[in-house]
Design a binder for this molecule. Structure first.
Ligand code: MG
Length: 434
């Protein structure tokens, strides 16, 4: 089998004004859809980060991809998977996921690997998860992902979308948002994006969530490194009960040394709430120091930037070896990515937590998967008995996504710039803020 064509589609999808410590989501999130076609006319697909830089990185691989055997291509490209460096520079401390030049080759490799696996799966008639070791679950649990948000449903002008969830800039607003999301999708875990309002308001938000949902629903809080060690310990103490029932405290503070110090101080008070991370630990090279310092007890994997499905499986094995838990990180995405995440999760036994997903924030009108949005039922995505990722592209919808990209003015993600444009002209990201 040979790859005879590579098609790269830069698309834009509506995204609501969600807040985090990085700033504000723009009205459009950028994604890239890639197709690899074989000499038998079979098409493998993938979805990854968006923007002009991502397109250029994929385009640069064209000479190696065209004519390649999809079974061998990832071996040929394997030096790309290491990326460059480790520690704070390589981490997601200063870059939103998808914008860090130091993991650019890892991200690009991951996209190619998924497209190759989808192509192989569709050629041999087997689901992707069964190509990479076989599924250990048919249904993959996902977590609700509530955000503080401004009013608006994403998109601009005539393309502005209805605001399904409304504004949520208070504990009560956030609880309403979660209840609405749980009623629609049946999520059984909650991952709350914090680092936006004063920590006392965010503590109160988690307490109200806990009261509204009960102790059976694990709660996670993720301020994306917005806090000091002192604030992190204070929040960990205040929410010991609420986060202690299968939840976690995610990246409260910047850097592995500080994470380790928060852990030490909480343990000294008898508080065993695990610390999770997708900011301080984003590559294999981060793991030795993290383990040495006991800085992170749960690693968030993400095949999009960890280097593809098989790297995630290796990460899982390593996490299990060191007694660490594994969860899954998410960015704004469509159904191709969701199915990629679900297949990786299905074939990763040591995935001990429900995966994050932004999927409820995206609109049906933007979906590029044939047949429309992937159902999330009882908080789970079911692996269909179909080859590869189990989804095909809707080419009309893909064309609309390309038009949106051509018409919108965004070419990279910059949450800080959006914050200055729409909320506070003097805003800048301060770490730690509290
Ligand atoms: Mg995070």
């Amino acid at each position: 089998m040979r790859i005879t064509d590579l098609r790269i589609h830069a698309i834009a999808i509506a995204d609501p004004p969600l807040r985090s410590s990085y700033g504000l989501h723009a009205p459009y999130a950028l994604r890239t859809i890639v197709e690899l076609e074989s000499d038998a006319g079979v098409v493998g697909i993938t979805e990854t980060y968006g923007g002009d830089a991502q397109v250029r990185q994929l385009e640069a691989l064209r000479p190696q991809i065209i004519g390649a055997n999809p079974y061998r291509l990832t071996g040929l490209l394997s030096p790309m998977v290491e990326g460059q460096g480790s520690g704070d520079a390589r981490s997601q401390l200063h870059y939103v996921p998808g914008e860090n030049p130091l993991d650019a080759t890892t991200r690009t490799y991951a996209a190619i690997e998924v497209a190759c696996l989808d192509l192989i799966g569709k050629t041999v008639g087997e689901p992707l998860c069964d190509l990479i070791g076989g599924r250990v679950r048919d249904e993959v649990p996902f977590s609700a992902y509530p955000f503080y948000k401004h009013a608006g449903g994403g998109g601009e002008g005539a393309d502005a979308r209805p605001d399904e969830y409304g504004e949520a800039l208070s504990p009560e607003g956030l609880v309403r948002q979660v209840q609405q999301m749980v009623a629609r999708y049946g999520f059984g875990s909650i991952k709350f994006k914090a680092g936006v309002l004063d920590p006392d308001i965010e503590i109160e938000t988690v307490k109200q969530l806990y009261r509204a949902l009960g102790p059976g629903v694990p709660l996670r809080i993720d301020p994306n490194s917005a806090w000091t060690v002192e604030t992190s310990v204070r929040v960990g103490r205040a929410l010991a009960e609420e986060l202690g029932r299968g939840g976690y405290l995610e990246d409260p503070v910047a850097g592995l040394a500080n994470m380790g110090e928060v852990r030490r101080q909480l343990l000294a008070e008898g508080i065993d709430t695990p610390l999770a991370s997708n900011v301080a630990v984003t590559s294999f090279a981060d793991i030795p120091e993290s383990v040495r310092r006991d800085a992170v007890q749960i690693i968030l994997c993400d095949h999009h930037y960890w280097g593809g499905p098989r790297q995630v499986q290796q990460l899982a094995r390593l996490a299990k070896t060191f007694g660490l838990g594994l969860s899954m990180h998410s960015n704004s995405h469509l159904g191709v990515s969701l199915m990629g995440m679900a297949h990786v999760a299905a074939a990763t036994p040591h995935l001990t937590y429900a995966c994050d997903t932004h999927y409820p924030w995206q609109s049906a009108g933007d979906e590029v998967v044939l047949g429309g949005r992937i159902p999330i039922v009882n908080g789970c995505v079911r692996i269909p008995d179909l080859p590869g990722l189990g989804v095909e592209l809707d080419y009309d919808q893909l064309a609309r996504g390309r038009e949106r990209y051509a018409e919108c003015r965004y070419r990279k993600r910059d949450d800080e710039a959006e914050m200055r444009k729409h909320v506070d002209p003097n805003w800048r990201r301060i770490l730690p803020r509290w």
